[in-house]
Each structure stands twice: as structure tokens, then as C-alpha cells.
Design a protein around this ligand. Sequence first.
Ligand SMILES: Cc1cc2nc3c(=O)[nH]c(=O)nc-3n(C[C@H](O)[C@H](O)[C@H](O)COP(=O)(O)OP(=O)(O)OC[C@H]3O[C@@H](n4cnc5c(N)ncnc54)[C@H](O)[C@@H]3O)c2cc1C
Length: 488
Amino acid sequence: MQKLALVGLGASGLFALKELAGADVEVHVFDVGPAYARRYPCPIDQGKLEVCPPKACSYCAPGQSAGSWNDFKVILSASPVIGGRLHDLIGEAELQKRLDRVRATILEHAPVAIPVVTPNEEDLAWIKKKAALAGMTYHYQELLHCGSDNAPAINTSILDEIVGKGPNIVFHWDTKVLSASRSGQRFAVRHDHYRKPGQEKEEIFDYLIVSVGRGGAHWLTQQEFYRALDIQPGQVDIGVRVETSCYFTEEVDRRFYEPKLYFRSRRHNDVVRNFCSNPRGFVTPENHRDYVLVNGHSKMFEKSENNNFAVLVSKTFTRPFKDPQMYSQTIAKVVNMLAGGGPLIQRLGDLRAGRRTKSLDNNLVKPTLEAECGDVSLAYPHRILEGIIEYIDALDKICPGVADASTLLYAPECKSYPDSISVSKTMETTIPNLYIIGDSSSWTRGVGQAATSGILAGEAVRARSSGASKLLPPAVPAQPSSSPVAAG
Ligand SMILES: Cc1cc2nc3c(=O)[nH]c(=O)nc-3n(C[C@H](O)[C@H](O)[C@H](O)COP(=O)(O)OP(=O)(O)OC[C@H]3O[C@@H](n4cnc5c(N)ncnc54)[C@H](O)[C@@H]3O)c2cc1C
């Protein structure tokens, strides 16, 4: 039997594996994280810790932190703008068909009924008018919000079903793939135990599916085959996590949960957008070991009185500059330095007045994350801050109150995306039998499309390994990410 290595079992890897359960191929799954059943919710959310430990605990370490475990919002619409670029790769109908399968799988494995947020005609007419008057563009999406509290049960149940159908699957949990390289027409994969290294092994595989997510993007660039791929530099988003009263946004939250609203900054013409809204949710740290970002999530049962969401300014770069990830990480580290190692918080009123925030006593909006008060403008480029303030002012026309002085801004909220890699409609690269799926391919930006890319690769390998398809469809040239695409 032919052998396949699946490196990374996040959103994309899981749905690829679902397609490969019971196929004519021996599948070896490698993930640095512990077995799904041994993963746990964030200790801060559980009230077991008050602040993040200086080094990331295993929650934020690889294998625990991504969106199918944290918040778990799934964009269900085949949008050309939101959640990734698979619309460009496979077209609306094929994308929607796979997204419908992702939706059905998640709902089937959910421990409770999870509502799908679908805007109705009246909501759409309302937001289109409001957005136009505010100078913003609304992008339609249907959304499933599973919540961090339901994520472990859903993921574990999907995996249990796969295990039941997949005697051809071998799991290597707590295992880091150190390197993957070409070995003739096949692939050599070197791996070791993640927490207790020293048991290094190398095995040869006929197929390689790389699904290491954004966290593994740098690792991917270090692999032997990387230079043989057709690539373009990725995009960065730099912004803040806005936390405001849930009463300012309640109409929009009720109608849409999260409306995707895009804006062009007036002076610099940058695309500014909202991302990851968490009505009645919580702001959280996102610990990357050598720097700490902010993020947000919400739960199905426990609620706060705030809404948090990111406002992000998108930037792409041209040569000779080739390291957008380093750019955003450097900004994040400067913010952390000013804040004594963690995130910084500032009132919008103080930012406008050009002064640091000293205290949040008596502030209308009470923070849900303890962060150091300070001045974000000491770390962020002026161009970025100007875009953020213009966006919040425009949003205030749709959600009156959002631009109040009491609104809180947390930094750093930075997202960087891997290089864009040319792939075929089945996510196969220009190297035969090498598939790069999910966010590490840069074609996806959220759980829904990451899972879809996994389905595409899984279907293709299943067909090829059974002899049904030997054809290699042409890879689509990588497109520079000049038009920013929103994540989930
Ligand atoms: C905190 C957070 C919250 C998010 N919330 C949402 C949300 O609500 N909705 C949404 O749509 N998107 C969300 N996202 C984005 C979403 O997580 C990603 O788009 C999605 O998970 C991408 O899936 P993936 O399979 O490409 O990568 P991932 O899900 O990140 O999976 C990658 C896997 O590869 C493993 N891995 C990496 N390197 C190696 C290696 N060398 N060896 C072995 N294993 C390796 C990792 O352990 C991990 O399990 C969020 C992201 C974060 C960080």
C-alpha cells in the first residue's frame, strides 16, 4: 500500500483525513499537539490562571490555539472576499458544495443545537443603506458560531468517527515534523517527539500533505522543496482589538452577529476592515512565546457586557522587501516592550488626545483582559493608527457609541499570512503528490475554507491512490494578495 504523510491536524488536516479514512493509502498523521481528547480549554478562561505565563503554555503552543479550538466561527458562504481565496481557485459552486459539507459535519457532531446566522432581506437592506451612508462596503456571509466551549466536543467527535472508519490511519501525536524533503519521486519526513526530543526517525512517503497552518508558515519556508514552488510574498494586517459596550453594537449583533464591513482610509487609501467580532465576548492574550498578541472569543453560555472585534489595516509590500511577517512581529514586540512583556491598552479618547492612558478607573467600558495601560501611538505607524480611527468613526454611524472616548483599544493585534503558493484545483503544488492546504498555502484564512481545502486534497489523493485519477491538473499561478481577504 502507498503511504501518505499528513503534517498538521488542524482544521484543514482534519477534513483531509476525513476523506482519507478507509482509502487505499496508509496515512500517517503528525501533529505537535497532544491527542484531541487530551486538549484542554484556556486556563485563563477556566479561571485557573490570571495572566499568561511568560512562556506560552501548551494552550497557545502549536496544536491548541487555532480557530477550530478557539471561538470556532465558521464562514459558510462561498465569498470572493471573506475567509480565503478558494473562490478564485475552484469557483463559487464547487466552494459552496464543500462548505455545505463542512457545515453538515460540524452540526452533526455538535453536542448542542448551533444556530446558523443568515441575514434576512430586511437586515440586508438595512445594512447596505447604513454602510453606504458611512462610506463602508458590506460583504454578505452566513455564519456558524460554535464557541470555544463546544470546540473540544465537536473536534473529538469528528476525529472519533474518522478513527472508526480508518484502520489505514496511524497517529503520531506530540510529534514535530523536523523536515520534509523530496527523495526521488517520494518524500522523506524526519520527525521527533515534541516535548521529549531524542527519538528522531525518518520515513519515506509517496504523498505529502502539508497542513501546518499560519503557525507553521515559517517552518514551511525552510523546507528543501520550498524554493522549487511558485510563490508570491504574503500580506500583513496590523490593527487593534476594539472593546466597547455591547449596547453600542447590539442591533448589528442581533441582525448579523458579525457584519463584514470594509473601508478605504481617506488619506492613505488602505483597506481597513473589521474581523472576528465577539458580541458579549472576552479579549484574550495570544501567546507566541517571544511575543504576545491579543485576540478575542466568545462562549455560548458565559457572557460579558462588552463586544470585542479587531480593526485591521492591510498592507502588502513590493520587492526588495520580502519579509512582511517580520515587519508585523517587530511592531508587536515593540508594543510588548512598552507594556512590560504583554499587551497594551488605551482608551480611544486618550489616543485621539495624544496622551497615554494611565488608569481605567471609572471608565464606562470595563476591560475583560487585564493589560498594561499605555500609548499605542509610541509603537504603531501613524498611517495605521489614522486608518483605525477613521474606521471607528465610520462604524459609529452604524453603531452609535462605538467611537466614544471610553472605547478600549488593545494592541498588538497583528496577522501575517504566508506566501501565496501556486496550487491546482485540488491543492496539489507544482511538485507532483505534494499538497499544501489550509492557511499555510495562503489560499485560506479561516476554518471554513481551510477545511474545504482539506476536502479537496483528500478527495484527490483518495481518487489517485485507488487508480481512479492519474492526471495532474495545472497549478493556478499565485496571485499577489493585493486585495485583502478577510479571515473568519
Ligand atoms: C486564536 C485564534 C482564533 C481563531 N478564530 C477563528 C475563528 O473563530 N474562525 C475562523 O474561521 N478562523 C479563526 N482563526 C483562524 C483559523 O484558526 C485558521 O484559519 C485555521 O485554523 C487554519 O487551519 P489550518 O489547518 O491551516 O491550520 P491550523 O488549524 O493552525 O492547524 C495546523 C496544525 O499543524 C500543526 N503543526 C504545525 N507545524 C507542525 C510541525 N512541524 N509538525 C507537526 N505538526 C505541526 C499544529 O500543531 C496544528 O495542529 C483563528 C486563529 C487563531 C490563532
